[in-house]
Design a protein around this ligand. Structure first.
Ligand code: SAM
Length: 252
């Protein structure tokens, strides 16, 4: 596992500059059009709330939350991601932290934890969920978004007749460590951890969370006009890319 975490850290360190290109200040199109609207709906009011952006990458979401008046702390395993986040948003509090430990965050310190496309990238799911639970105050909420485990995007094919197929190379039910070839402007493989959806659900319940909401974020008609072109619009109307859970730490 230590080896896995070290691999994960160096893999993201090597991608940090390219990640900044991917998400910029506003998030990439998937975030902007599909998952951020669901994330903000699940978060509700954020003004004056203490929020942990857990696995913040280069910090676009921390910055958005700060603009909405939240008191944000951004943490990430990758020192290189944190270096860029600090350079981009010097007024914000960013720290190098492993989300399975969150050693600089006190028990019950946070009103809200956000985990935006992180859990499929970390080998220790239960430890990461337990740490989120620990740092939340009673009645605090966690909004957790990760890549949809049922629809692997890099193995998706769109056929000339318009039909879509997913080329499964691994068992759905068997957890496994995966490598994806670099996509777009990235130069190195992506390491990620496949798990069936039920394993996430079990980890949330076993940490003590109540599952309050579940959505499969996709573009809604009021946002169709924001899509940069028809291909993106059709893709986002048809293909599930992520899942979003709203979790509550019960008041006891
Ligand atoms: C797909 S990126 C998402 C970054 C950011 N949340 C966003 O949406 O732009 C995944 C991030 O999770 C971080 N990460 C992976 N494992 C982690 C861990 N154990 N603790 C903290 N961060 C981790 C990576 O360094 C990377 O920045």
């Amino acid at each position: 596992m230590t080896e896995d975490i070290n691999d994960v850290r160096s893999s993201w360190d090597s991608k940090a500059n390219d990640w900044k290109k991917q998400v910029g200040d506003q998030g990439d199109w998937n975030r902007r059009l599909n998952s951020d609207p669901v994330l903000f709906e699940m978060l509700g009011r954020v003004r004056h709330r203490s929020i942990l952006d857990n696995g913040c990458g280069t910090g676009y979401l921390s910055n958005k939350l700060d603009h909405l008046g939240a008191e944000v702390t951004g943490v990430d395993l990758s020192p290189e991601m944190i270096r860029i986040a600090q350079q981009e948003y010097p007024e914000l509090d960013f720290r190098v932290e492993d989300c399975t430990k969150l050693g600089t965050i006190e028990d019950g310190e946070m009103d809200i934890v956000v985990s935006n496309y992180v859990l499929m990238d970390t080998p220790q799911l239960q430890e990461a969920v337990n740490a989120m639970f620990r740092v939340l105050r009673p009645k605090g909420i966690a909004v957790v978004i990760f890549s949809h485990p049922c629809f692997p995007q890099t193995d998706c094919k769109v056929h000339p007749n318009g039909s879509i197929s997913y080329d499964w190379k691994h068992s759905y039910y068997e957890p496994s460590r995966q490598h994806d070839a670099p996509w777009k402007h990235f130069k190195s493989d992506f390491i990620w951890y496949h798990r069936p959806l039920e394993e996430y659900w079990r980890a949330f319940r076993s940490a003590g969370f109540r599952v309050d909401d579940f959505q499969e974020p996709h573009i809604t008609p009021d946002n169709y006009h924001l899509a940069p072109n028809m291909t993106v619009l059709e893709t986002y109307k048809e293909r599930p890319i992520s899942v979003a859970f709203k979790l509550v730490r019960p008041n006891r």
